[in-house]
Design a protein around this ligand. Structure first.
Ligand code: ADP
Ligand code: TPW
Ligand code: MG
Length: 583
């Protein structure tokens, strides 16, 4: 029997629908579970799936490359606490999406990559099918879980399972394989409807044991120099009020990890962000809230940390405890429940940061802020990162609703320090992997999910990884302003090739006109050579509410190798001492 095309059936919505097919069941199952947006790239066998989803009222955002669609889905998951959905075609499209799926898993963002796949019997006997690949096996190592739906009557179960796996416990990326044959399979509509279900409590609260809470309270109460580290898990948890209450009622200084900036406003009096080194070096009891003690925190090791520091860790993933340092008081549970329990089980005033410690950090902060103000005052020409980023900071300070996306090396490190955040979950960046290429995908998702303006501060190299999505931004007329720190290179634009005239490995075209490229798609392009021009362009672009791109011409000799993480380069005999071969 030949299946009616999904569009035929959609058009005949009023006729008695006796039969349904895989396409309809997928869309019905997604809608039943409140999926309202799909990010993807179409092709065989999922083109009609995207069309049908759109016809049924799901917003479909079509990208130019699956990696960017996947990054968008991941960001949507982070911002909404619901799994973001990425839709890909078989083999190459599927593989293009995998970087984003793996990155989402690494960052603990919930997403589901749904991919069409080729004929199972041909794939399994390697008969050479169109876009043949064993996608389920390929996806396994890169995600939290990978599932395949092999029968049309399992679609509801498969989708429910994928959505729950993505958001429950530690969130992450889930792969869901749907072979073409399953999408095209027909079944009785009434029977089909019975196979679908709506998830009950997809990410249930996970309460900590009372004795674990009391242990942590005791440790914090005895601390001379307590410190809280807020990570992006704390931002994700959307327990903003509870976290604020705990921080403010105990007076404990805190440092935000980059994506937790704004969870409490960066100008909060208890923020020790501007005395971070001192805070880490001297804290005697450290409470990690949704932050892993990974490379971004120097694994909790001396000399950055006090070697005698004791750690309290709040995390939903039990096996995260002790991954780097012994955790003296593990608090396994969801952040909202754990922080509530800490508030409830501690007596008023029992946990209180000693004034001397707060003053010590406050004094260091004041010194560092003054130093930074000096550096920000300088306005050399050609423009430096600081000048351009100060201009960006001043414009978006007036508009706290703006989402900030940020990637690059120097463009990332300097913007993170210069641009304060005032609202939770408004900063999205390269994250746990330090990955390049998240820029346009994250920016598109932030605009689509929130309807608010987005400023994407991008290194010129970083931008190139997802740059073609400026067409997507213009096509959907999204309020995204891309600000490129164009120093003509990866890290710097003045590196030389020691052998011949070809560009060096880190060289890019500093004369590149990203603004002109943007205008090719009908967006508004600006070129800025001074901070004043950056201010004018960004102010106008945000006021317009439409897509814009500002190419900031930065001194090619500005920037340092690898930004703030140069120490992670291997230390061989060649470093900084390369002798060219004789010709
Ligand atoms: P950062 O990079 O900001 O330091 P990480 O990504 O390293 O943050 O850490 C985030 C942590 O938050 C992960 O270990 C994850 O398991 C945890 N997490 C995510 N959501 C929750 C939640 N709702 N409750 C508790 N822990 C959570
Ligand atoms: C997927 C390696 C880290 S930072 C960077 C690269 C290529 C670009 C730095 O140059 P940019 O910034 O963006 O111009 P700036 O301001 O310092 O000049 N591939 C991937 N991820 C990473 N991290 C890299 C390569 C890298
Ligand atoms: Mg650069």
């Amino acid at each position: 029997m030949t299946a009616p095309s999904p569009l035929e059936t959609a058009a005949n919505a009023d006729a008695p629908a006796e039969l349904t097919d895989g396409y309809h069941l997928v869309v019905d199952a997604l809608k039943m579970n409140d999926v309202d947006t799909i990010y993807g790239v179409v092709g065989i066998p999922i083109t009609d799936l995207a069309r049908l989803a759109q016809a049924q009222g799901i917003r479909y955002v079509g990208f130019r490359h699956e990696s960017n669609a996947g990054h968008a889905a991941a960001a949507a998951g982070y911002l909404t606490k619901k799994a973001g959905i990425c839709l890909t075609v078989s083999a190459p499209g599927f593989l293009n999406g995998l970087v984003a799926l793996a990155n989402a898993t690494t960052n603990c963002f919930p997403m589901v990559q749904i991919s069409g796949s080729s004929e199972r019997h041909l794939v399994d006997l390697k008969q050479g099918d169109y876009e043949e690949m064993d996608q389920l096996a390929a996806a396994q190592p890169f995600c939290k879980a990978a599932y395949r739906i092999s029968r049309v009557e399992d679609i509801g179960r498969g989708i429910a399972r994928a959505l729950r796996t993505a958001v429950s416990g530690r969130p992450g990326g889930v792969y869901l394989d749907i072979p073409a044959a399953v999408l095209g399979s027909i079944m009785d509509a009434e029977e089909g409807a019975k196979t679908l279900s709506r998830l009950v409590d997809p990410a249930p609260r996970q309460l900590p044991a009372p004795e674990s809470v009391d242990r942590a309270i005791e440790l914090l109460a005895g601390a001379q120099r307590p410190l809280i580290v807020l990570g992006k898990g704390a931002a994700y948890a959307q327990a903003d009020a509870q976290i604020r209450e705990f921080v403010e009622s105990t007076g404990i200084p805190y440092v935000p990890m980059s994506m937790a900036k704004g969870l409490l406003p960066d100008d909060h009096p208890q923020s020790a962000a501007t005395a971070r080194s001192l805070a880490l070096k001297k804290a005697d009891v450290v409470m990690l809230v949704g932050a892993r003690l990974n490379w971004l925190l120097n694994h909790g090791e001396a000399p950055q940390w006090n070697p005698d520091a004791k750690f309290v860790q709040i995390d939903i993933e039990a096996k995260e405890m002790d991954s780097n340092q012994p955790i003296a008081a593990p608090l396994v549970g969801d952040i909202e429940s754990v922080v509530e329990a800490l508030i409830e089980r501690s007596k008023p005033g029992q946990i209180a940061a000693p004034a001397a410690w707060r003053e010590e950090l406050g004094a260091r902060s004041a010194q560092n802020v003054a130093k930074m103000a000096e550096r920000l005052k300088a306005d050399p020409h050609p423009m430096q990162f600081m000048g351009a980023l100060k201009a960006v900071r001043d414009v978006i300070r007036e508009r706290p609703e703006v989402y900030l996306v940020n990637e690059g090396a120097n463009a990332l490190d300097i913007a993170r320090n210069v641009i304060d955040m005032h609202v939770p979950r408004h900063r999205l960046d390269s994250g746990t992997w330090g990955v390049m290429g998240i820029g346009m995908g994250y920016a598109i998702a932030a605009a689509v999910e929130s309807g608010q303006p987005v400023v994407a501060v991008e290194g010129d190299s970083a931008f190139g990884f997802s740059g073609m999505e400026i067409e997507t931004i213009c096509r959907y007329k999204l309020p995204v302003v891309t600000v490129i720190m164009n120093n003509g290179g990866v890290y710097r634009g003045d590196d030389v090739n020691l052998y011949d005239d070809a560009p060096s490995p880190t060289t890019l075209m500093s004369a590149a006109r990203h603004d002109v490229m943007f205008e090719a798609f009908g967006g508004k392009g600006y070129r800025a050579t001074t901070p004043a021009e950056v201010t004018a362009a960004l102010t106008e672009a945000l006021a317009s509410g439409g897509p814009a791109l500002i190419d900031c011409v930065i001194d090619p000799s500005a920037g340092t190798e690898s930004g703030h993480i140069a120490h992670l380069n291997p230390k061989g005999i060649t470093v900084g001492n390369i002798t060219p071969a004789k010709k």
